[in-house]
Design a protein around this ligand. Sequence first.
Ligand SMILES: [Zn+2]
Length: 249
Amino acid sequence: MKTTVRMDDITPDMDWEKFLEFKALLDKHRIRPLIGVVPDNRDENLNRGANKGKEREKIGDFWEYIRALQNEGWVIAMHGFRHVYTQKRGGMFPLNHFSEFAGLAYGQQLAMLEEGKAILESHGIKTDIFMAPAHSYDRNTLKALQKLGFTKMTDGFGSRPYVWKGMRFYPISFRLESSLKKKNGMTTIVIHTNTMGRKDMEKYGAIFEKNQMISYGDYLKEGAAKRSLPCQWAEYCMATAKHILVKMM
Ligand SMILES: [Zn+2]
């Protein structure tokens, strides 16, 4: 299985030490990932207090650094708007039962997404890929995204990209260990460096060593098939099951 990487929660005050350690691992394996940048982070949980450290100094201006990563071939997604969960809904892909967007009126979602996009563009970053905080979005989110020119989502389950409700979905892994055992198809490993420990770094190092890793840009080049309704129901059920399993652990 071809496997790629996405990194969530990229903000100016994230844990830069862990980010750079993971980046070194990606560089070693020549993997250029997708990164989800929050346009206007207001989620205190994502501020890891590491912004005053040496690593933060090395980075310099956050937006300049993000543009440099883009020049290296890293792909950027808009990761929500402020990353604040005001809604208690899981929406169409209910891995989590909270959301920044799902449940809000269309006009409200459109305004938030428009502002997020304008902030990224003011820093010279253009993207048509959306990474929903907590993986939660609803029909109105998809409609508003399309109105603003977004065409791709990094979400959903499956072994190859698919088209649903006018958007291209690039699936993430349902259960990483079993995904990696499959011979064919593609998947995305979801990484949150802020909360990674030593053991996680080692685990991913071993995964990168053993598997056929690809850059996210190559994943985007794969063709997408139209998704059928039964498949979409199956995905909804799998997301619900995963939500329950995670709660039980
Ligand atoms: Zn997030």
